[in-house]
Design a binder for this molecule. Structure first.
Ligand code: NAD
Length: 468
């Protein structure tokens, strides 16, 4: 698409945005239900697209892409009427004589830039919030997953007019062109590095942003943790989608007294999950592949950097470039100076480091950027509370992994380097909405505040301050 064509789509949406803003809950709910029904009717196409892109297992497309969307739509449909009705506020003394309410209105034209790892989910989940809020939207899917991107485009073209929702495919150049346009809101999901570029571009137009970013999400396993269950949760969270999940446990900090038991258990679990029939993990239909050769080489370079500095491979290590296969890898003896302990891994490598005191574990987390997710595995409430109180993270889960993304009742997102703004349920709806505060005078007047200000009036103000 040429720049003029991109501008043309944007202009059409801009012309339509005020009309769309008038739509009521019923109209928006009907659109969401159409999207929901269409996705349900095209499960096979969705699974085939993600399989073509990086051999995503069918179950993982259903759980990680479609299930989350179905639940987000059902939740939004259930609550939208309430979110759109005026939210009455009680008046304070300083606003006596007035009534006040909050009315959510659409921000207007939205741009959604999606990554490749959950290419269907992360294009449509923000779209659900945009539709609920009454915004127009242009979606720019990732160029790294062309089959999923084509699927997203076909769904949108089937269900929406281009002046309401459009998909513009392309790489960073296309994203740059889109970012030069005066959108009212930009919802970006991707790396912190590109997130900074997006925020700079948004500043030119003072567009608001939601940045759903990544980073290193730690798992802390204390001495009281249920080791068999913890190993299963962490292995599932890490190796789901071949480790290419923003909220995957990036690395594990485990209490030294349970370190060896935990490592052994993970070893068993990897076998149980991906090699139950003993044919080798490469034969498993439950295990995805690395998205492209660049990421394949990046991961192997992280691994060799670690092993050259003394890290020990306890599980896995096999890889095959032709199919971009890397077997689940568990690393011990890792040091903080290694790249693997500093860069987001985003692949099936799990470094495990032991700690002595909980304070040490907390200090380790606080030394890095605030994570998108922090996982705590413990049966001791005092320990989990200590970690919760002494760290900061977008989301924190105790004895649980990954499911925060699909829970519309809680805000999902990061903090600073791991993100700005939230998605899920009302939090996503609010990102695409302006919370317009409306006041209406019912009786009385503020005439007594008008100048000229007499000395008596100023004296009265000074005395009255404490009563406000
Ligand atoms: P990325 O930042 O490389 O790309 C994301 C999107 O930005 C793509 O559509 C890409 O075309 C576009 N893009 C790339 N370079 C750009 C540029 N210079 N200017 C404008 N746009 C540009 O991320 P990715 O590799 O697709 O995804 C992996 C990252 O995303 C990881 O860091 C992961 O943690 C994060 N992520 C976060 C979430 C979340 O919900 N917080 C979800 C999934 C992935």
């Amino acid at each position: 698409m040429t720049h003029a064509q991109i501008q043309g789509v944007f202009q059409k949406q801009k012309n339509n945005r005020l009309f769309l803003a008038q739509s009521d809950a019923k109209v928006r709910i009907a659109k969401l239900k159409r999207l929901q029904g269409y996705l349900l009717d095209h499960i096979a196409e969705a699974c085939s697209a993600t399989r073509e892109d990086f051999s995503k297992p069918e179950a993982e497309t259903i759980i990680g892409e479609l299930l989350v969307l179905q639940s987000e739509i059902s939740y939004t449909v259930k609550h939208l009427k309430r979110w759109l009705s005026p939210q009455k506020q009680s008046s304070t003394l300083s606003a006596i004589g007035t009534s006040a309410y909050i009315q959510y209105e659409p921000k207007g034209c939205a741009l959604i830039i999606a990554p490749w790892n959950y290419p269907i989910n992360l294009a449509f989940k923000p779209l659900i919030s945009a539709i609920a809020a009454g915004c127009t939207a242009i979606i720019k899917p990732s160029e790294l997953t062309p089959n999923s991107s084509a699927f997203v485009k076909s769904v949108v073209e089937h269900l929406f007019q281009p002046d309401e929702v459009a998909v513009i495919e392309g790489d960073a150049d296309v994203a740059t062109q889109l970012l030069s346009l005066p959108f009212n809101h930009i919802f970006f999901t991707g790396s912190p590095l590109v997130g900074k570029i997006v925020m700079k571009a948004a500043a030119e137009n003072l567009a608001s942003v939601t940045l759903e970013l990544g980073g290193k999400s730690p798992s802390i396993v204390d001495e009281t943790a249920d080791i068999p269950m913890t190993a299963r949760l962490i292995a599932w969270g890490k190796f789901f989608n071949n480790g290419q999940t923003c909220i995957a446990p990036d690395y594990v900090l485990v209490h030294h007294s349970v370190h060896d038991r935990f490592v052994n258990e993970i070893k068993n679990v990897v076998n149980e999950m991906y090699n139950k029939e003993g044919k080798g993990i490469e034969e498993s239909l439950s295990y995805a592949r690395i998205v492209n050769e660049k990421h394949f080489h990046r991961l192997l370079s992280l691994l060799s950097d670690a092993t050259e500095s003394g890290a020990v491979i306890k599980v896995g290590g096999e890889s095959r470039l032709s199919s971009r296969f890397i077997a689940p890898i568990v690393l011990t003896n890792v040091k903080d100076s290694m790249r693997i302990m500093n860069e987001e891994i985003f692949g099936p490598i799990l470094p495990i480091k032991s700690y002595g005191t909980l304070q040490e574990a907390v200090d380790h987390v606080n030394k890095g950027e605030k994570p998108l997710a922090l996982y705590i595995h413990s049966k001791n409430k005092n320990n989990s509370e200590f970690i919760l109180k002494n760290t900061s993270a977008g989301n924190a889960l105790v004895n649980e992994v990954l499911t925060q993304f699909g829970n519309p009742d809680i805000p999902f997102g990061g903090v600073n380097n791991s993100g700005i703004g939230k998605s899920n349920g009302i939090y996503g709806f609010q990102e695409f909405s302006n919370a317009k505060g409306v006041m209406r005078r019912r009786f009385g007047t503020v005439r007594f505040l008008f100048p000229p200000y007499s000395e008596r009036f100023v004296g009265w103000l000074k005395k009255g301050l404490k009563w406000v």
